[in-house]
Design a protein around this ligand. Structure first.
Ligand SMILES: NC(=O)c1ccc[n+]([C@@H]2O[C@H](COP(=O)([O-])OP(=O)(O)OC[C@H]3O[C@@H](n4cnc5c(N)ncnc54)[C@H](O)[C@@H]3O)[C@@H](O)[C@H]2O)c1
Length: 269
């Protein structure tokens, strides 16, 4: 019996990256896991990996910026597994062409990033919470970012979406704490996923060297892995975290502990 045997989990954006690693880890711990993603081949492969790991996998093709797709993702999960206990609202996009200031950002870019990174949190919660209530409680973990707390140049929509993820997390936690539904956010630093590899490739030059350079900007000396994120999400979703709601947790190798004036951790080495 795994720690999550009998539990039903939905992971948005679970076909790749942190979502994939977390979905498989839930499977390894005995959960039934629905992967909601736009990427069908990759999502179906993750569902098979969940089965192999000892859980039960389901792929639901869904664009979670759309209400109808979110409702269907929840409905298909309930039809397959009987309910919903845990939602990892993980999906997120940061397209390279969106690295622009406010004046250069198009309305379409703004709407798409806010739609995927923030509106999906609202929509998935809206449809999953009634199912959690039927089971006497549940846990929602929203994937924000260190960019929800501090910022950088030329990312207006992404910054707003991640700040919104944190604010929505606090707000929903208050509305549902009395129903034993906990709502928590995580703020990853740089994590080795397709999103980061795409950014590294766009710099030109040697991708591995670029990823290593990203790692050096984190005091711990490396960027994070999907497993680092999965470990935190599984803890927050477990009963061991039963007194935790409405807060956020940095999983960032010390990134935000460092002030800009520090000149980089290990600058003296
Ligand atoms: N990678 C990082 O360094 C980093 C750092 C901080 C926060 N984050 C956040 O972590 C989360 C996961 O990021 P990642 O790096 O694993 O991303 P990723 O690009 O590696 O994977 C994202 C997944 O989301 C899916 N997806 C995209 N749009 C979708 C949509 N509309 N509907 C359903 N699925 C969709 C993709 O198909 C893919 O499977 C995101 O919210 C991201 O903003 C990432």
């Amino acid at each position: 019996m795994g720690e999550f045997s009998g539990k039903v989990v939905i992971v948005t954006g679970g076909a790749l990256g942190m979502g994939k690693d977390t979905a498989i880890e839930f499977g390894r711990s005995g959960a039934s896991v629905a992967v909601a993603d736009v990427n069908k081949p990759a999502g179906q492969a993750v569902a098979r990996e969940i089965d192999k790991a000892g859980g039960k996998g389901l792929f639901v093709q869904a664009d979670v910026a759309r209400a109808a797709d979110c409702k269907r993702a929840v409905d298909e999960t309930v039809a397959a597994f009987g309910g919903v206990d845990i939602l990892f609202s993980n999906v997120g996009i940061q397209p390279l062409e969106s690295y622009r200031n406010v004046e250069q950002t198009t309305e379409e870019q703004w709407d798409r990033i806010i739609g995927v990174n923030l509106k999906s949190r609202f929509l998935m919660a809206k449809y999953a919470i009634p199912e959690m209530r039927k089971r006497g409680g549940g846990v929602i973990v929203n994937n924000a970012s260190v960019q929800g707390i501090q910022s950088m140049r030329r990312v207006p929509a992404y910054a707003a979406s991640k700040g919104g993820d944190l604010s929505l997390t606090r707000q929903m936690a208050l509305d549902y704490a009395h129903e034993n539904i906990r709502v928590i956010a995580i703020c990853p630093g740089t994590i080795d996923t397709e999103m980061v590899r795409t950014a590294a490739r766009a710099e030109g030059g040697d991708v591995e060297a670029t990823v290593k350079r990203y790692g050096k900007s984190h005091p711990i000396g490396r960027i994070g892995t999907g497993k680092d994120i999965a470990n935190m999400v599984l803890f927050l979703a477990s009963d061991r975290a039963s007194f935790i709601t409405g807060s956020y947790f940095l999983v960032d190798g010390g990134y935000l502990a460092m002030g800009a004036w520090a000149g980089g951790a290990g600058a003296d080495k």
